[in-house]
Design a protein around this ligand. Structure first.
Ligand code: ADP
Ligand code: ADP
Length: 228
């Protein structure tokens, strides 16, 4: 589903965020990306949905060679990938329903299909009763569940989450993980950057550790490996 060959990323300010990255992630895997702040985790994640381009190397995502992908084809890549952020990034003036529906309107789905699917994903994250609320009326955990619903509404093959529980308390974080587990159990590839030792050591999955821009560890059912 995701292959990186000899990937490096040097930003325009001269900082090398990643180098010598070789990795293969299969369909249906659940992968944690761990490592100290500034190690290159976000850069790794942003490469996958083409938010940043590699300086060198090859990256293939959902059978698309991103080094060759034309700018106008990026929206097609984004259909295959749902992204969840630490700070939710919901549109503040739209209702919960509208926030999710918007992701389907941009790919021109019919109103009938949108209505059905939005209610379906709201059901999955247990927020049907909040459809008419505005984001600020919801708790942090609820807002994150909305952003997950939005990420999966178009049936992506891959869900990417950058520190999704970073702003949430432990109980709420477990709820979010339960939703991710459910999504992954239905076959969606899940990639999650996290600083949560508790989560990584409790809900076991593959762990890729990045330090100073390099992969230093890649273990099936791995440990967090740092002090919490
Ligand atoms: P992490 O997510 O592990 O904290 P990042 O990928 O955000 O790591 O950052 C890796 C390195 O790249 C850091 O030194 C960071 O300052 C730098 N960096 C990240 N994004 C940019 C950018 N847009 N421009 C310049 N440097 C950046
Ligand atoms: P429930 O209402 O089913 O108990 P929780 O929100 O408490 O759900 O937990 C969500 C998931 O995370 C469950 O699968 C639960 O087993 C797991 N979980 C919750 N808290 C902990 C914990 N402290 N340690 C390990 N696993 C936990």
């Amino acid at each position: 589903m995701i292959t990186m060959k000899d990937i490096s990323k040097t930003y325009s300010n001269g900082v090398t965020a990643l180098s010598g990255i070789n990795v293969n992630i299969d369909q249906g895997e659940f992968v944690y990306i761990v490592g100290p702040s500034g190690a290159g985790k976000s850069s790794f994640i942003r490469l996958i949905y083409r938010e940043v381009k590699p300086t060198s190397g090859q990256i293939v995502v959902a059978n698309k060679d991103l080094s060759k992908l034309k700018e106008r084809k990026v929206p097609y890549l984004r259909r295959d990938i749902g992204v969840v952020f630490q700070d939710f990034k919901l549109l503040p003036k739209l209702t919960i329903y509208e926030n999710i529906a918007f992701a389907m309107e941009v790919i021109e789905q019919s109103p009938r299909i949108i209505r059905k699917r939005v209610m379906e994903v709201l059901e999955l994250v247990d927020l049907k009763n909040k459809a008419r609320s505005l984001p600020h009326e919801l708790s942090g955990g609820e807002q994150q569940r909305v952003s997950i619903a939005r990420a999966i509404v178009n049936h992506p093959k891959i869900v990417i989450a950058d520190e999704p529980t970073g702003n949430l308390d432990p109980d709420t974080s477990w709820e979010i993980m339960r939703v991710f587990e459910e999504i992954n159990s239905r076959g969606t590839t899940l990639i999650m950057a996290t600083h949560s030792k508790e989560i990584v050591n409790t809900i076991k999955h593959r762990v890729i550790a990045i330090e100073s821009g390099r992969i230093v560890r890649d273990e099936y059912r791995g440990e967090y490996g740092y002090e919490g």
